[in-house]
Design a protein around this ligand. Sequence first.
Ligand SMILES: NC(=O)c1ccc[n+]([C@@H]2O[C@H](COP(=O)([O-])OP(=O)(O)OC[C@H]3O[C@@H](n4cnc5c(N)ncnc54)[C@H](OP(=O)(O)O)[C@@H]3O)[C@@H](O)[C@H]2O)c1
Length: 245
Amino acid sequence: MPLNMKNKKIAWITGAGKINGLGYQTGLALLKKGYHVVFSSRKTDGIAKLSKQDLASFPDHDFIDLDVTSDTSVAAAARKCQEKFGHLDVLINNAGLYQIEDNEKSGDSLLTARATDLMKIFDINTLGSFRMTQAFMPLLQKSDAPRIVNISSGMGGLTEMEGGYPGYRLSKTAVNALTKVTDAEVGGKKLKVNSVCPGWVRTEMGGPGADRSLEEGIAGIVWAATLDEKGPSGGFFRDGERLDW
Ligand SMILES: NC(=O)c1ccc[n+]([C@@H]2O[C@H](COP(=O)([O-])OP(=O)(O)OC[C@H]3O[C@@H](n4cnc5c(N)ncnc54)[C@H](OP(=O)(O)O)[C@@H]3O)[C@@H](O)[C@H]2O)c1
């Protein structure tokens, strides 16, 4: 089995293509904690250039193009992970879409949203996480302490459910269901899988009016990615605190 020469834990993050996005910033935080980080996104050449200075002192990283809506792309990524590392320790399903860009207004309400747009949002947020979980599971099961973090949102919580943005809300409720199903099938003492809401964060998606900094947003993601053996599995968390589903 190919091994990481330095025996570092390997973390793979999807949707890590924006310097001010939660994916890239979580990866940077994990690099600082001694992990080897794979930053993946549809096109990583831009982030690879922009992050050169940030990552100069952290050589243990890779950029890999990956579209979570493509079975072929996900399968190719899992093959690369197998060839390079032989296993995976942490999978962070972060890639996400809030609204279909050219059709934002209609997506604001249940009364105008289009089913085809909902399907596109589901394909990234929910099925993207499903595809990654399934394809990378054999690699995760080779780790001594596998962790999966499904990035969700309070907007997908049934208890706090409000109106508006049905595509995003429904897709994140389904992400939470994916967490429960994964936990029921393979979670437990060894593998921990949890949903994490980062709060409302100032990224491109959250916008400049959001009430949280990137640092505040990633703290709960890093927590879930680095849980020790006593940590929870099959839960929904923000800042390490349990949320109602
Ligand atoms: N920001 C918030 O307030 C907030 C709140 C709750 C939950 N979240 C969740 O946190 C996660 C990260 O959000 P963010 O705020 O950092 O958003 P962001 O800045 O818009 O970043 C989203 C990332 O997802 C990637 N992506 C989109 N479609 C993809 C695909 N098909 N394959 C691979 N990557 C794809 C984008 O890649 P490209 O660069 O290729 O477009 C981008 O890097 C999302 O799951 C989001 O729903 C965010």
